[in-house]
Design a protein around this ligand. Structure first.
Ligand code: SF4
Length: 361
């Protein structure tokens, strides 16, 4: 079992743990700059609101890029107004980490390899220790040390071994200063490499691992890559926090992450939604109904299955295991429970009646 690392708990932020027997957490990364939040209160409120929505969907942690002092101050503002544990993602300038620690930021992501001298890393470690804030070490396959790159080129080690060795080297400095509150992430855009490096690392070390396939790609391709990598690792008990990295919204990253964990048996959350793919028998617009309801169902704390089916002929039968189902003809919809029709309604009232029936369960 991995060591446990604690984050959050300052101000309004939720205190959570990563590693050990903790629930595998889901995180995402914000997709826009936050260097203008002091002068842009509307944007600040919008981001806070969007993070509340992510929290309802099951997001545990949100990471923000902090490339300059304005962004550090923006992140500090956010961290004082949210329950969401926020991570500051910092490269090159360690003073940005020190600025973020002045507020309720829950964790710092640095890579000792690009933060300058060992003294800079030691300063960040000491400040994080003083504030009770953990560090995530992030290693990318594109930034391995020169000697390891040469070994990979010569074929004496694999790239996955190189990633693992780089992470171990970077972690040495934390161990040297007796700081064990760190999480390791080794990222590759290759699924098999991601599986291999995390497997190697977990065989040798017991630090919590952040799983991610970096630059995984667009929505569907990216979800496929992350699902394959994570399900392989999670089945072996490897992985303490995950991010599905997508060329898409944070919301989609969170929904994908929660669903992967659900299907891997690592998290039970929200209503189980089954819906038919549609075919020529379609009498009900399944796709738009599912689009409207998917997030609300994910945010609900009910251990039930809901079926949204395209036709009255096959729908109730195909969805007979569902606690609640809806299917339709062109102008009518039926509500069924465990395969039995309980109501016939006008299709235009589908959302209203579905909500009533859902609330009654
Ligand atoms: S429920 Fe009806 S519309 Fe949906 S796939 Fe089955 S037969 Fe086709």
């Amino acid at each position: 079992m991995t060591k446990k690392v604690y984050l959050g708990g300052k101000g309004l932020t939720k205190r959570i743990s990563i590693g050990g027997d903790s629930q595998v957490s889901v995180q995402t990364m914000w997709k826009e700059p936050i260097d203008d939040l002091i002068s842009n209160p509307e944007k600040l409120e919008r981001i806070l609101n969007e993070m509340s929505q992510l929290s309802l969907l099951g997001c545990d942690i949100v990471r923000f890029a902090v490339p300059d002092m304005e962004s550090a101050k923006g992140l500090n503002l956010l961290s004082e107004r949210t329950i969401m544990p926020l991570v500051a993602d910092i490269h090159f300038d360690h003073t940005l980490a020190l600025e973020c620690l002045k507020s309720n930021v829950a964790a710092i992501r640095i890579n000792p390899g690009n933060i300058g001298s060992e003294e800079n890393t030691r300063t960040v470690i000491q400040a994080c220790r003083d504030h009770g804030v953990p560090i995530r070490i992030g290693i990318n396959s594109g930034s391995l040390p020169k000697d390891l790159q040469e070994e990979i080129a010569a074929g004496t080690i694999t790239r996955a071994q190189g990633l693992c060795e780089t992470a171990a080297r970077e972690a040495e400095i934390f161990e040297k200063y007796n700081f064990d509150q760190y999480v390791v992430s080794m990222k590759s855009s290759d699924v098999q490499e991601t599986i291999q490096c995390n497997t190697f690392y977990s065989q040798k070390y017991n630090n919590p691992l952040h799983l991610g396939v970096t630059e995984a790609g667009p929505l569907i391709g990216g979800i496929v890559k992350s699902s394959i990598a994570f399900s392989n690792l999670l089945a072996k008990g490897i992985g303490d926090t995950i991010r599905v990295s997508l060329s898409s919204s944070p919301e989609n990253e969170v929904i994908a992450g929660i669903n992967i964990l659900k299907e891997c048996g690592k998290r039970s959350r929200g209503v189980n939604l089954v819906s038919c793919p549609r075919c020529g028998r379609i009498g009900f617009d399944v796709h738009s109904f599912v689009d409207r309801w998917q997030n609300r169902l994910l945010a609900m704390d009910k251990n039930i299955t809901v079926a949204v089916m395209g036709c009255v002929v096959n729908g109730p039968g195909e969805g007979r295991h569902a606690d609640l189902g809806i299917a339709g003809t062109s102008d009518k919809a039926i509500i069924f429970k465990k395969g039995k029709i309980v109501r016939t309604i006008d299709a235009k009232d589908a959302d209203k009646v579905f909500e009533e029936e859902l609330n009654s369960l």
